[in-house]
Design a protein. Structure first.
Length: 238
C-alpha cells in the first residue's frame, strides 16, 4: 500500500480538488511526490479511492480521483467505545494511536475525582487518530467526544450498550464474547474512588471487569482490554 490520506471531501470518480496546506507539505516536501504520483484517499464515508497528482506547481496542486479500491462496507466497525480518564499528553496520544489501530469507533474522555488532566486538545488527538487510521489501512477515523464528568456520563449512557469498567483490584467478571455493543471505561491514575466504584456497580448498564492481579498503567489497561476484545472476536470485525 502506498501513501494514504484522510480527506474531508466527498470521493467519486473524476472529482478534482486541491490538497490542504498540510497535505501539500506532506506530499511534496516530506514525501517528495511529483506530478503523476498516485496515492489512496478515504473519508470514512465513501470507501478508499486511488488518486493521482494531475497538476503541480510550487504552491498548488490538483488531485484527481481515479477509481475506487475498497468499498466502505469492507470495514465493519467493531462498534466499541473506549472511555477513559484523561492522562498526561504523551501517554494519551499513544493510547489514541494504539486504540485506533485496534478498531475503536469512539473515544469518550470521562472526568473522575482522581483525573490528573482536565484540559486537553481534542483536535490534536483527532489528528493522531487520523495518522493511525492512515497507517493501519482503516477506512474510518474514530470520533473523539468532549470530556464529560462521570455522573453525567452514567446518566446519559445508552441502554443498548454494555459498559465494562476495568477493575484494577482483580474483581469482577472475565471478558466473554459480546451479545451487544460495548464500551470500556478505564479509570484514572490511582484508580476509581470507592464512591465511584459504588456508582458504577449500581448502574444498570455497567459490569465490573477483572483485569487480573497486576496493577496496570491507565494507557496499558486501555490497550490490553482492546487486544483481549479483538481476541474474543477472533480478530474479525463485527
Amino acid at each position: 500500500m502506498g501513501i494514504r490520506l484522510y480527506v474531508e471531501q466527498d470521493l467519486a470518480e473524476n472529482i478534482c480538488f486541491s490538497p490542504s496546506e498540510n497535505h501539500f507539505h506532506y506530499l511534496f516536501h516530506v514525501m517528495r511526490q511529483g506530478k503523476g504520483s498516485q496515492l489512496f484517499l478515504f473519508n470514512g464515508r465513501d470507501g478508499e479511492w486511488l488518486a493521482s497528482v494531475d497538476e503541480l506547481s510550487k504552491k498548488k496542486a490538483l488531485i484527481r480521483v481515479l477509481k475506487q479500491s475498497r468499498v466502505q462496507d469492507e470495514e465493519k466497525s467493531l462498534d466499541v467505545w473506549l472511555c477513559f480518564a484523561p492522562i498526561k499528553k504523551d501517554k494519551m496520544e499513544w493510547l489514541i494511536e494504539k486504540a485506533t489501530e485496534l478498531g475503536v469507533s469512539k473515544f469518550v474522555p470521562v472526568i473522575t475525582h482522581r483525573t490528573v488532566v482536565s484540559h486537553f486538545n481534542s483536535e490534536k488527538l483527532f489528528l493522531r487518530a487520523i495518522e493511525a487510521a492512515e497507517q493501519c489501512e482503516r477506512l474510518s477515523v474514530p470520533s473523539i467526544e468532549k470530556a464529560i464528568n462521570l455522573d453525567a456520563f452514567l446518566n446519559s449512557f445508552p441502554e443498548e450498550r454494555t459498559l465494562f469498567y476495568l477493575n484494577e483490584r482483580g474483581e469482577g467478571e472475565i471478558l466473554k464474547p459480546p451479545v451487544r455493543p460495548v464500551a470500556f471505561l478505564v479509570g484514572p491514575e490511582g484508580g476509581f474512588e470507592s464512591s465511584e466504584i459504588q456508582k458504577l456497580a449500581q448502574s444498570q448498564h455497567s459490569v465490573s471487569l477483572n483485569l487480573g492481579s497486576r496493577i496496570l498503567r491507565a494507557e496499558t489497561a486501555g490497550v490490553a482490554i482492546l487486544a483481549a476484545w479483538n481476541q474474543c472476536l477472533g480478530w474479525r470485525d463485527k
